[in-house]
Design a protein around this ligand. Structure first.
Ligand code: HEC
Length: 105
């Protein structure tokens, strides 16, 4: 029984290791969004935003081409809304986040 569980665990580890070793830009962007945006914005394809007035991130591309969103992120987004903190992202973080946003389109 124990040996079986250990074997399953090792197989599981083997299967997930490549993803852990080399997360893609999409995965890094998703992790970033989960940490920094998800408490207000929905970051998946279906749910409502936890904060009702914050648009789900999947709807952003309907209002902004993802590329212009990159510029806004580089300069820091100031929506003029007190509820939304100002973010300044590094070029790498922006690349990751935009890669993730594209997966939601
Ligand atoms: C504390 C809550 C909060 C967090 C955290 C937050 N937002 Fe927002 N965000 C808002 C609210 C509220 C609005 C709506 C502002 C408005 O309509 O004036 C908004 C609006 C936006 C808009 C503009 C949408 C539009 O149509 O003008 C973008 C882009 C955006 N958020 C991106 C992000 C990203 C990317 C993150 C994570 C890095 C993030 N937000 C984190 C609350 C938040």
């Amino acid at each position: 029984m124990f040996r079986y569980a250990l074997r399953q665990a090792l197989i599981g580890l083997f299967l997930i290791t490549p993803a852990v070793a080399a997360p893609t830009a999409e995965q890094r962007g998703k992790a970033f969004a989960r940490t920094n945006c998800a408490r207000c914005h929905a970051i998946d394809r279906v749910s409502e935003s936890p904060l009702k007035i914050a648009p789900p991130l999947r709807t952003l591309h309907r209002r902004y081409p993802i590329e212009t969103l990159g510029e806004a992120l580089a300069e820091g987004i100031y929506t003029g809304h007190a509820d939304m903190p100002a973010f300044e992202l590094s070029p790498d973080q922006i690349h990751d986040l935009l890669s993730f946003l594209k997966t939601l389109e």
